[in-house]
Design a binder for this molecule. Structure first.
Ligand SMILES: [Zn+2]
Length: 290
């Protein structure tokens, strides 16, 4: 939903980089356009890469096995063509939608105050102390991945490090040290990702439970790339009940927050710079969930 006029906004975007925009009032149109042109090479590269892979596959198969196997690789070729094609088509359609919205003169220069959505209103009406639930969304997935890695990794490490058995096979004890690799990996993940996140959640919990709540306006959103992953960084601003204006920057874990939206931010009335946006937290307020 558009934060300025309330019209439905279609979620577009290619490779998770696109910003939503409103064709009714022109919200975020400018930013969506510049973010699209900043990333305009990505869909072309993806499309070209898939075309090259498809051609290489076709060439290899026809060279090695003759025409019979072409039937077998045909589904793979179709998938390649679809992925490359959809990426590029997505880019082109977003581009034309922006151009179309910009061409309609009635939409230009509309400035309005953002509309608070139902979720924010429910949060503002919660009685204190609020009920806070902690949910780590990646936890079940991480457990599955870890279990799978253990299953695959253990035999690999065992054959790799034990070498040829010196005595009779049955006498070789189970090499427990093969577990060092996976366990070390888990400890590393715990230390780098989970523990700092938990510390932050624990620190912010009193704010969500009993802090003042404000409707903060998002000033800027950008996708920050960090190696192979990326995260969404948001800057927001709110006014305290005492009339003070506070600005803060956090990572939006929901990835659904964009410019001009109003988001719930909780702060300490004694020291308002101690504040936390709900979308930057793994904590949930179950009584406000729709
Ligand atoms: Zn709008």
């Amino acid at each position: 939903m558009c934060p300025l006029c309330g019209a439905p906004v279609t979620v577009r975007g290619f490779l998770g980089q696109g910003k939503p925009f409103c064709t009714q009032c022109g919200w975020n149109l400018q930013r969506a356009e510049s973010s699209l042109s900043a990333n305009s090479r990505a869909p072309q590269v993806v499309a070209a890469a898939f075309a090259i892979m498809a051609l290489a596959l076709l060439w290899m198969v026809s060279n090695a096995h003759g025409e019979k196997n072409l039937v077998a690789v045909f589904p793979i070729l179709v998938i390649f063509a679809l992925v490359g094609g959809i990426t590029y088509w997505n880019y082109l359609s977003t581009k034309s939608a922006i151009a179309q919205a910009k061409a309609s003169p009635s939409l230009q220069g509309v400035q309005a105050q953002p509309i608070p959505d139902a979720f924010l209103q429910r949060i503002q009406s919660l009685s204190r102390p609020r009920r806070v639930r902690f949910g780590f969304p990646g936890a079940p997935l991480a457990a599955v991945v870890f279990g799978f890695a253990m299953l695959c990794g253990a035999p690999f490490f065992a054959t790799g490090r034990v070498g040829p058995p010196a005595g009779p096979r049955d006498a070789t004890p189970f090499p427990y040290f093969v577990l060092i690799g996976p366990i070390g990996f888990v400890v590393l993940i715990l230390g780098i990702v989970i523990v700092p996140a938990l510390v932050k959640e624990k620190r912010n919990r009193p704010l969500f439970q009993d802090g003042e709540v404000a409707a903060a306006r998002v000033l800027a959103q950008r996708t920050v790339r960090q190696g192979k992953t990326s995260y969404s960084q948001i800057d927001y601003e709110f006014r305290t009940s005492g009339g003070q204006t506070i600005r803060n920057s956090e990572r939006d874990l929901s990835r659904k927050v964009f410019e001009d939206m109003l988001i719930p931010v909780f702060y300490d009335p004694v020291n308002p710079s101690r504040c936390a946006a709900l979308c930057a937290s793994y904590s949930k307020l179950p009584d406000a969930e729709g």
